[in-house]
Design a protein. Structure first.
Length: 286
């Protein structure tokens, strides 16, 4: 039988829950179970009750070059597939996609000039290129991979730095490694070397920059266009919210009104097919 329960990150009011629920309407039950920390153990334990339970989690920063296939990647532990990871970094990466924005905001006010929106998105990617390379280098070495001031992005607290250049990134890499390496043999220079190796891929002309909606963090991109969204007319009147909340709420509402929102992104269609056609009940988790 097909997958009938899908665990996702977040809570019942999270963006993941709302969007995935729309994409998989009537195909399976979507249940949010919090952070990724205990995801694998929760799935393994609960498959004793329901063997066709699976999970869908955010993608990590890539340490190796991976081809873009427009479909979710297998989510494995100890050679056992527990479900899938998004091919793109996180749910915001999909909601920022101009194709999604165009369809979701069709007929709504304020309207959005897609050429100006694309330009703002491109500039945001260029702005955070070095920071994303630094985050990737830190992740690949097993360190916390973000820093900066506390800000709010799509209703959640988030860290984002004021200085995003190469020098600032190297300074923060050095600080993070020195503070957190403990007795490990890794040195700041090792992670900085990895950062410099990766940097050309994340800058304009690099393969990861050319596919920034896959490899860059969607929340970083979203926060980087916060002023552009205000200029486009996305204003939030609710306390503690900003233009990113207003923008995503409009996208969410637009998707909810569609009969077939999964047709917006090839990977979303692939996800539905995987849910329908995958049978985990023959796979042992012992």
């Amino acid at each position: 039988m097909p997958v009938n329960i899908l665990y996702c990150e977040g809570n019942k009011n999270s963006l993941d829950m709302k969007i995935i629920g729309q994409l998989l309407a009537k195909k399976c039950e979507v249940k949010p179970i919090g952070s990724k920390n205990f995801f694998a153990s929760s799935i393994i334990g609960d498959r004793a009750i329901n063997p066709n339970l699976a999970g869908l989690v955010d993608r990590d920063f890539d340490c190796q070059d991976m081809p873009i296939e427009n479909k979710p990647k297998p989510y494995n532990q100890n050679d056992i597939q527990l479900g899938w990871t998004w091919e793109r970094k996180e749910i915001e990466n999909y909601l920022l996609d101009p194709n999604v924005v165009k369809r979701a905001l069709r007929g709504q006010k304020p309207s959005i000039d897609l050429d100006k929106y694309q330009s703002a998105l491109d500039k945001a990617a260029e702005k955070i290129a070095a920071y994303t390379a630094a985050r990737t280098a830190l992740f690949c070495s097993g360190f916390s991979n973000h820093w900066g001031e506390e800000v709010k992005v799509s209703g959640t607290k988030y860290c984002f730095p004021k200085k995003l250049g190469k020098e600032a990134c190297e300074t923060n890499i050095r600080k993070i490694v020195e503070e957190r390496k403990g007795d490990r043999i890794v040195q700041p220079k090792n992670v900085i070397e990895k950062f410099n190796q990766l940097l050309p891929q994340f800058r304009p002309g690099g393969v990861r920059f050319q596919n920034y909606l896959t490899f860059f963090a969607g929340k970083d991109l979203l926060y980087s266009i916060i002023k552009d969204l205000e200029e486009f007319g996305f204003q939030s009147s609710e306390p503690g919210t900003n233009s990113t909340d207003a923008f995503l709420k409009r996208i969410e509402n637009g998707i909810a009104k569609m009969d077939d929102p999964w047709t917006l992104i090839p990977e979303w269609q692939e996800l539905r097919q995987l849910i329908i056609n995958t049978n985990f009940s023959t796979q042992s988790t012992q």
